[in-house]
Design a protein around this ligand. Structure first.
Ligand SMILES: [Zn+2]
Length: 92
């Protein structure tokens, strides 16, 4: 049941297939980590693997709201880095 729930991007607010999104998890100890594997326990939020969605989420601090904890800007930086790196690979 749980895995069939649609994932909504915190940036564009649209639902997308899980594989096109990146999970960000708030671990039980309160630490916020990027969780591409989807295996980190705790509350999760999803964003499309697209630069504009991460930037939009950052502008509204949507991750902090979704995870109900202050998300440091390093998390957004790391997300952008990861996405830019990935898209470079796809083109190469
Ligand atoms: Zn999006």
């Amino acid at each position: 049941m749980k895995r069939q729930r649609p994932r909504t991007c915190v940036g564009c607010r649209e639902e997308s297939p899980r594989r096109e999104m990146v999970r960000i998890a708030r671990k039980p100890d309160g630490d916020v980590v990027i969780d591409p594997s989807g295996r980190v326990p705790g509350r999760g939020a999803y964003v499309c693997a697209r630069e504009e969605c991460v930037r939009e989420a950052r502008k509204r601090d949507a991750l902090s709201r979704a995870l109900k904890v202050r998300v440091p800007s390093e998390v957004y930086d790391a997300l952008l880095e990861m996405i830019i790196e990935r898209s470079g690979e796809a083109e190469g």
